[in-house]
Design a protein around this ligand. Structure first.
Ligand code: GRF
Length: 195
């Protein structure tokens, strides 16, 4: 926790790999008057990620990590997390799987956003599978990260209707908007109920 303007804020690191719309939504949330978080560090495994521009624009520390050697990459990440006194990690489109080492050090302190109604459609290509199966509903989920893929405790879920005219791209677009909305709400809920 860090004291900012007399109020305690949770110091957060956001992990990204690409576009960064969820990062942007979390940055906006962190700048709100009564926000419970401060984003002190962005971790990214891709030097060309568009999302890094949000970190630059808001002058947030960022670290680009080369994942050729996962062990070395994670050691660098851990050093940086420690240096920046991070107490909550938010995965936001981070395309690498964290090892047990990081998960154990940050036990119950890592959140992820996933574009499906977990436990349905873990892993990739969620929207394609929803369309293929002609599901009537889909959605997104914020959950705790444990050592099994997309399987930790669910913090918040939002359901949306799949329209007859939807394809995987139109669906992805609508779900993403909802993701951007619920991630901050989920963080607030997590902080208020689980910490
Ligand atoms: C989101 O759909 C998220 O659920 C998934 O990856 C995507 C990241 O989008 N894990 P963005 O980089 O936050 O725009």
């Amino acid at each position: 926790m860090e004291k900012l303007n007399g109020k305690k804020k949770l110091v957060v690191s956001v992990f990204i790999s690409g576009r960064g719309t969820n990062l942007n939504s979390l940055i906006e949330f962190s700048k709100k008057k009564n926000s419970p978080i401060k984003i002190a560090l962005v971790i990214c495994n891709n030097k060309n990620a568009k999302g890094l521009n949000y970190a630059k624009k808001h002058k947030i520390n960022f670290l680009v990590v080369n994942y050729k050697n996962k062990n070395k990459a994670e050691n660098k990440i851990l050093i940086s997390l420690k240096k920046n006194k991070i107490s909550l990690i938010c995965l936001a489109g981070f395309m690498k799987i964290l090892s047990r080492k990081i998960i154990n050090i940050y036990k119950n302190k890592i959140l992820n956003i996933h574009p499906s109604l977990l436990p349905r459609y873990k892993g990739l290509n969620t929207h394609k599978r929803v369309i293929k199966n002609k599901d009537k509903f889909t959605g997104c989920t914020v959950h705790l990260v444990n050592s099994k893929l997309d399987s930790g405790k669910i913090i918040l879920q939002k359901r949306i209707k799949v329209l007859k005219k939807d394809n995987e791209y139109s669906l992805a677009k609508r779900v993403l908007k909802v993701e951007n909305l619920i991630y901050p709400i989920a963080i607030r809920k997590f902080i208020e109920t689980s910490l």
